[in-house]
Ligand binder design. Structure first.
Ligand code: ATP
Ligand code: MG
Length: 555
């Protein structure tokens, strides 16, 4: 298109150049989670970035579990991660891999390095290795085991594999440069002894490859072209390149780093979430106040809204935090035209229409979405007794109040004009019932004589209303105080992050299924959830209110 300004991100620029220069003739990306927890919004960014690039360049996208560290990994996470990625819409087709499937090839790769004189078995303890490594300002010292013969190294490495040594007794190290200014290049450990059962290979191995050695091999085996990771691996890139070069892979992959996504006022650290779960502050790692992908889904976020968010964030080399309000903006935008706008009263107050026939029910037609006719219309029951929001009536209102008070006329949304005639209150002034009369000529919400009313309020008919538990959320952490406590690093918990109310809702809402979402007029967007529901009735979690504090920056 002529007027379209196509702004490419820096990764696309790199890929464009690689393709133009003939470095690669295709694009092949991957998402490589470690199955040691649930995925969160930051991972979603990585997934959509990698998958998006593969799609954009007509290339391929692999799903690979990076399960080289048997201590922390569990099969249960494998399934939840797959589910989350599918839900986000990233399709790995038939390319689902496990790094542990390559253990034999990794072992062979290590042997190859030994034979080339590029790796050696070292007997130093972990502490000694650290000591010998030097500092940022001082070069390291060579290990006394550095010059073992190829034969001896081959024998010892084999013995490591056979289980002859205990954990930590011996390691295999790359022989690079103890004086390198890059600490990662000072003879890094590439294999360690660990007598542990792996969730997939069981007890077949008692030596396991280190991440920096394993990852480039995984990429090379799968024919990955652009291995996209986050900024903390920038200093590891020379080692990545070294491994790929020394192992002489015909089509070396290229590592590219981008900045992690951080969000303000949310908790992403696994350690903290674990504590929130254990302390019973949230009801699991998919509690709607968290930003794991499962939590976002349960909250009512859509894959489209997360994609929009990730695109708005862009891809950059500089770390920064994105305002949580931007994520909220995206879900509002996504649901605005897609979802029906229904009536639900969260803080009910009885309204009686004294001139409406007792026992009568009529059905009124209402558009499902005023801005999108395609969603059609529905019939809503109407009768003599209704519920309205408590805040929509005031006995003695301030000047600018446009809703119901004695003597005024307002519109009941999609229904009639009503005029307040009085109210009943407790001794303490709490209003119990509001009385009014209606004008039968105003059916549908307009007066034939053209008279106007200042306010329109929503309602539900008392006899047919469903009773539903509604959960309202605020940030799990206290925004004012900041996420972490400055003294002890603990979380500053917001005591009001969850409010539960019993609402009256249109009968149609009681038919909602899990994850169905709606706009409740004037109250926000809500998503049906069945956790802790009573007798199978839906519980509605508020996704987001209608008010926005976020403004899209002008392009
Ligand atoms: P965490 O510590 O939050 O679990 P991680 O990097 O240890 O993150 P992995 O499972 O190792 O989690 O990561 C899988 C992929 O997701 C990696 O390529 C990683 O760089 C990427 N990733 C992780 N966190 C973020 C983030 N906040 N923003 C963007 N990408 C991320
Ligand atoms: Mg990790």
């Amino acid at each position: 298109m002529e007027n379209e300004t196509v702004s490419r991100n820096f990764i696309e620029n790199i890929i464009d150049k690689d393709l133009a220069d003939g470095v690669y003739d295709t694009v092949h990306t991957r998402f490589p989670p470690e199955p040691n927890g649930y995925l969160h919004i930051g991972h979603a960014k990585s997934i959509l970035l990698n998958y998006g690039l593969a799609k954009e360049y007509n290339g391929k996208f692999n799903m690979r579990f990076d399960d080289t560290n048997p201590t922390k990994e569990k099969s249960e996470f494998v399934e939840s991660i797959k589910e989350d990625i599918k839900w986000l819409g990233a399709d790995w087709e038939d390319r689902l891999f496990f790094a542990s499937d390559y253990f034999d090839q990794m072992y062979e790769a290590a042997v190859k390095l030994i034979k080339k004189g590029k790796a050696y078995v070292c007997d130093l303890t972990a502490d000694q290795i650290r000591e010998y490594r030097g500092t940022l300002t001082e070069p390291g010292k060579e290990s006394p085991y550095r010059n073992r013969s190829v034969e001896e190294n081959l024998r010892l490495f084999e013995e490591m594999k056979e289980g002859k040594y205990g954990d930590g007794e011996k390691v295999l190290r790359a022989k690079i440069d103890m004086a390198s200014p890059n600490m990662n290049m000072r003879d890094p450990v590439i294999y360690r002894v660990a007598h542990m059962t792996h969730h997939r290979t069981g007890d077949k191995w008692c030596i396991y490859p280190m991440y920096d050695f394993a990852h480039p091999i995984e990429d090379a085996i799968e024919g990955i072209t652009h291995s996209i990771c986050t900024l903390e691996f920038e200093d590891h890139r020379p080692l990545y390149d070294w491994v790929v070069r020394e192992l002489e892979y015909p089509h070396p992959p290229k590592q590219i780093e981008f900045a992690k996504l951080y969000l303000t006022n949310v908790v992403t650290g696994k350690r903290y979430i674990k504590k929130l779960v254990e302390d019973g502050i949230v009801d699991g790692w998919d509690d709607p106040r968290l930003v794991s992908i499962a939590a976002l889904r349960r909250r009512g976020y859509t894959p489209e809204s997360i994609k929009m968010f990730v695109e708005l964030c862009g891809v950059s080399k500089a770390n920064s935090s994105v305002d949580y309000a931007m994520l909220e903006y995206c879900i509002r935008e996504d649901l605005k035209l897609k979802r029906p706008r229904m009536m639900a009263v969260l803080d009910p107050l009885k309204l009686v229409i004294d001139n409406y026939p007792e026992g009568k029910t009529e059905y009124l037609e209402a558009p499902n979405n005023m801005e999108n006719e395609e969603l059609g219309t529905r019939q809503i029951p109407f009768g003599r007794e209704l519920y309205i929001e408590r805040e929509d009536f005031m006995a003695d209102p301030p000047k600018k109040y446009k809703r119901l008070f004695p003597g005024t006329e307002v519109r009941l949304m999609n229904a009639y004009f009503v005029t307040c005639t009085g109210y009943e209150a407790d001794e303490d002034g709490t209003v119990r019932v509001v009385h009014c009369t209606y004008d039968p000529e105003t059916r549908g919400g307009n007066a034939p004589d053209g008279r106007k009313v200042k306010g329109t309020i929503h309602w539900v008919e008392a006899g047919h209303a469903g009773k539903a538990l509604v959960r309202l959320y605020e940030n799990i952490v206290d925004e004012e105080k900041g996420v972490y406590n400055k003294e002890d690093g603990s979380l500053n918990i917001n005591p009001n992050s969850l409010t539960e109310v019993t609402a009256y809702v249109e009968p149609a809402l009681m038919e909602a299924k899990g994850y169905d979402s709606f706009q409740f007029v004037r109250n926000g967007y809500f998503c049906a959830d069945f956790r802790d529901s009573k007798e199978g009735a839906p519980v509605f979690n508020r996704i987001v209110s209608l008010k926005s504090s976020f403004k899209l920056p002008k392009a």
